[in-house]
Ligand binder design. Structure first.
Ligand code: AMP
Ligand code: MN
Ligand code: MN
Length: 330
């Protein structure tokens, strides 16, 4: 049975009556997911809630500076000692990852789903989905304000990171006047903007630069010039001793070429599946494009994972992207 959409007040009440909460984000965690989990978790600890923050995948090194990141548990879900599950930034239960994705179906858990993906309404007794929010971090900001929980410097740093990363440093069209008003409040709380941006963008592992060089060497264009793509194989990652998380952001180099409307990154995962990141500039709804291949996301940023032969998958996805961009394949 689908429950109706909740208000933030409903969410606040559900959290208030919870005793022990498990707060989770999505697989291959990004800045919005980690920043939002840590901000909400830290804030709820301030009001004496028992909180577990956890997820299946390791934290990318660039997020190691986030306050309280050491409290984020990586691996299997913790033992059954919580009454409430809060899922952040997850459009479907599958995105919670192995071991976690079955939790929303457990009857004994109160499930709260807070997200900003279009159509993310498939699960949760309590659901607050706002596709106008540039990041889940914006929703958490409003929730803490509604609950009267003071935003400390630690929480502000987490929320700033969530919002800055999901808006591409306030460049994407999702950035609104309200985004800047919230961020202004975070800066008033003392967020060291320059320091955080150095941590996020200017302290990358050396392998990251070498990976960028190698990935750029694979840059290819459709005949119409509207679609560009790059490929990162297992072999390349192995040769550079580079972790999967270093591929984050590479796809922007494919999109960032004059005339390109859709940028794609094909990234071979350890289990053999191909992860595809899709980004568009102004027109193509890449969420729909990803959905054709079993994925999802946002209109300008989406992803999917596909099983099969790399060359064949590439041909299919590029053809679909060319068609969506109104270009010609040959
Ligand atoms: P990524 O390319 O991994 O950075 O993902 C871009 C956007 O697409 C993010 O908002 C993700 O939440 C979403 N996304 C990525 N992979 C999937 C998937 N398999 N299913 C649904 N959404 C996805
Ligand atoms: Mn995310
Ligand atoms: Mn997000």
């Amino acid at each position: 049975m689908a429950y109706p959409m909740s208000s933030l007040e409903d969410i606040a009440r559900a959290i208030s009556s919870a005793k022990r909460l498990l707060i989770c984000g999505h697989i291959m965690p990004d800045g919005d997911c980690l920043g939002s989990v840590l901000a909400l978790g830290t804030a709820l600890e301030q009001i004496d809630k028992q909180v577990i923050m956890a997820g299946p995948d390791p934290v990318p090194q660039i997020y190691g500076f986030l306050p309280n990141i050491e409290n984020f548990r990586v691996g299997e879900p913790p033992e059954n000692s919580y009454d409430t599950l809060i899922a952040l930034d997850c459009s479907v239960p599958k995105r919670l990852g192995s071991g976690y994705c079955d939790l929303p179906a457990k009857d004994h858990l109160t499930v709260i789903n807070i997200d900003h993906h279009v159509g993310s309404d498939s699960f949760g007794r309590y659901r607050y989905i706002d596709p106008r929010a540039a990041a889940v971090g914006e929703i958490i900001f409003d929730l803490l304000e509604l609950m009267g929980i003071k935003i400390t410097l630690e929480t502000a740093i987490c929320l700033y990171t969530a919002i800055a990363t999901d808006t591409g440093s306030f460049q994407y069209e999702s950035t609104s006047p309200a985004t800047h008003r919230r961020v202004a409040r975070l800066l008033e709380a003392g967020v060291p903007v320059a320091r955080i941006n150095v941590n996020l963008y200017e302290e990358k592992a050396r392998a990251s630069s070498f990976l960028l060089g190698a990935a750029l060497n694979t840059l290819s264009f459709s005949a119409c010039g509207k679609v560009a793509w790059m490929t990162v194989t297992r072999e390349l990652l192995r040769s550079l001793d580079a972790g999967d998380e270093l591929t984050e952001g590479l796809v922007n180099y494919a999109r960032g070429v004059r005339g390109v409307e859709v940028g794609l990154l094909f990234h071979e995962l350890a289990d053999g599946r191909i992860k595809i990141s899709l980004r568009s500039k102004e027109a193509v709804d890449v969420r729909r494009l990803a959905a054709l291949f079993g994925g999802g996301g946002h209109p300008r940023a989406s992803g999917c994972e596909v099983t099969g032969d790399l060359a064949k998958i590439q041909a299919e996805v590029v053809a679909a992207a060319v068609s969506a961009a109104g270009g010609e394949a040959h």
